[in-house]
Design a protein around this ligand. Structure first.
Ligand code: NZQ
Ligand code: ZN
Length: 399
């Protein structure tokens, strides 16, 4: 296949300014002004940013920069289209020209959707659906800035957004460089207050973002292979530290930057990427409203079990370079030992590994396959999957 031959051509446009470090949120007002904002929608979640005092600090910073601001909170994890509609209407009423997301992936993704709607006469939804799961290109979006509170989704550096479309309850994604944030404030101390479960969901998600890129059929992509492995090893090593001591600034800092590197595509350029596990997981977080990272903990190893014989050499490399496993009696045994090590890490950080632990049900598998909506197309590139493959992977998640 064409992508088998070596590093692919690519354009990589990653214009986000990252303001990383202690108290960096105090620069938010100046950053919004620098990137042209004057009337700001401050978008946030269910209350953690209010309780921590972060929202107050950010608001004061906007005031100090002489900016007009209106607030819209209440974004839920797995963000919903109704909140996006509310935001788009508010932007029109208040003549908003900049969206500031204060929160995690859900708040950022909702902000990106609002940014599309506000710049396109209220139209945003059609950019999340499209023939064969490929939405049309997004013509324009208002600028988005971010103050990140959880290291996980990587939306602070990505051009992606994922929204649950109501009333059908379809979780759908879009992607375009116009959605890449103008700036992202990354203060690792803002993540001290994360509960262990959310921390672990974030670690799982960023690890999975690297896996989706690492498991490729593209050859001779040495630099990105090595980057992927370094990020994965770092996430594993730092996971023990952040879970042992949630206030370990250095470990939180390494995890925060790893989460960004895992998903702004530094590790993915020039190679075929897979993303089947993400597609399969999004159906779980749509139906059961589980955390995305927890869903991935169940799906990703099951996907690995199912596809590893497609390219044992790659899975042997995963086992040896990421998990430090010595070569076993044959490649299949080594490959399976790598997947077992991955599962064991997930279990150790408190992630579910089965449908039952996630709260998912075997009888819903046909529905999950249907809502994924492959319509005869294939999912993923490492091993392209049809409906029967996807069903088999869900069944492997039963444990
Ligand atoms: O809503 P609040 O009260 O803020 O609580 C949140 C939420 O309950 C809480 N939280 C966040 N920061 C906190 C905190 N609690 C205490 N202290 C803090 N500092 O954590 C919970 C989860 O937040 P959420 O934003 O949902 O997490 P995450 O960043 O994991 O985002 C998940 C969403 O991103 C999507 C997922 O599908 C999911 O919808 N993804 C987005 C991607 C992208 N745009 O590039 C890529 C990913 O693959 C992913 O699909
Ligand atoms: Zn993800």
């Amino acid at each position: 296949m064409w992508y088998n031959v070596g590093m692919n051509d690519f354009n990589f446009y990653s214009p986000t300014l990252f303001a990383f470090g202690k108290d960096k949120e105090l620069e938010t007002g100046a950053l919004v002004r620098r990137f042209g904002g004057s009337r700001v929608l401050v978008h946030f979640g269910g209350g953690s940013a209010v309780r921590s005092g972060l929202l107050d600090r950010v608001t004061r910073s906007l005031e100090a920069a002489g900016l007009f601001a209106v607030k819209l909170g209440g974004v839920k994890p797995n963000p919903r289209s109704s909140k996006v509609e509310e935001g788009v209407a508010l932007c029109a009423a208040e003549k908003i020209d900049f969206i500031l997301a204060v929160g995690g992936g859900s708040v950022i993704d909702s902000s990106k959707a609002i940014a599309i709607g506000a710049a396109n006469g209220g139209h945003w939804r059609e950019y999340y659906v499209g023939k064969d799961r490929t939405p049309p290109p997004i013509p324009a979006a208002l600028p988005v800035g971010v103050v990140l509170t959880i290291a996980a989704a990587g939306s602070e550096g990505s051009g992606n957004s994922v929204i649950t479309l109501e009333p059908e309850n379809l979780k759908r994604a879009t992607s375009n460089d116009v959605l890449r944030p103008r700036f992202s404030v990354l203060n690792p101390a803002l993540t001290f207050s994360l509960p262990p479960y959310q921390t672990a969901c974030g670690l799982t998600d960023m690890f999975a973002h690297v896996c989706e890129r690492y498991f490729t059929q593209t050859r001779d992509v040495v630099v990105t292979d090595e980057l992927c492995e370094a990020v994965m090893r770092t996430v594993v090593a730092e996971s023990a530290k952040v879970l042992a001591d949630p206030n370990d600034y250095q470990a939180r800092a390494n995890v925060m930057w790893a989460g960004m590197l895992a998903h702004n595509n530094t590790c993915g350029v020039g190679r075929a990427q897979d993303w089947a596990s993400h597609g399969i997981e999004h159906e779980l977080s749509a139906l059961y409203d589980c955390a995305h990272g927890a869903g991935l903990a169940v799906v990703m190893p099951a996907w690995m079990d199912y596809v590893c014989e497609t390219d044992l050499v790659r899975f042997v490399r995963f086992a040896t370079h990421v998990w430090g496993i010595s070569p076993q009696e044959n490649d299949l045994v080594t490959a399976r030992a790598g997947i077992a090590a991955f599962r064991s890490w997930l279990k150790g950080i408190g992630m579910p590994l089965t449908f039952a632990e996630l709260g998912a049900r075997e009888e819903d598998i046909p529905l999950l396959v249907k809502t994924l909506g492959l319509n005869g197309n294939k999912l993923g590139s490492f091993r392209p999957l049809d409906d029967a493959d996807v069903e088999a992977i869900y069944r492997r998640c039963l444990g």
